[in-house]
Ligand binder design. Structure first.
Ligand SMILES: [Cu+2]
Length: 115
C-alpha cells in the first residue's frame, strides 16, 4: 500500500509539475496594452501624467502631448485600467472615465490648465 501511495504521488507530481511551469507564460498573457485619452497641455503635464500612471503592475506609460493619448502596458492581473485612470485624475488630469476635481485642477500651474 505504501508503494502504491508513492506511485500515485509520483504520478500526480509528474502531471502537475509541468503545469506549474506552463503557468509562467500564461501570466504574461495578462499583459495588456491600452490607449486612453488624457487631457493635458505641456511637457510638465506629460511628466505628471506618466508619473501618476506608473503604479505597481504598469510596465509602460507614455503620453503624447499632441494627440493627448496615453499608451499603457500593464499586467491586468495586478492593476485595472480604472485604478490607473483614478490615479491620473487624482493629480489633476481628466481621463475618459474619471474627472479631476476642481480643487486639484485649480492647483495646476497655468500652462497646464486645459479646460
Ligand atoms: Cu502642463
Amino acid at each position: 500500500m505504501k508503494t502504491f501511495k508513492f506511485v500515485v504521488l509520483a504520478f500526480v507530481t509528474i502531471l502537475f509539475v509541468p503545469n506549474t511551469f506552463a503557468q509562467t507564460p500564461a501570466k504574461s498573457i495578462a499583459s495588456k496594452t491600452e490607449t486612453i485619452k488624457v487631457s493635458g497641455n505641456c511637457g510638465m503635464c506629460k511628466d505628471r501624467i506618466e508619473a501618476a500612471a506608473k503604479v505597481a503592475g504598469v510596465a509602460k506609460a507614455d503620453w503624447d502631448k499632441s494627440t493627448k493619448i496615453l499608451t499603457l502596458a500593464y499586467n491586468s492581473a495586478i492593476v485595472k485600467s480604472d485604478d490607473i485612470q483614478k490615479k491620473i485624475a487624482a493629480v489633476g488630469h481628466d481621463t475618459e472615465k474619471y474627472k479631476a476635481d476642481s480643487k486639484t485642477y485649480n492647483s495646476l500651474p497655468g500652462c497646464c490648465k486645459y479646460r
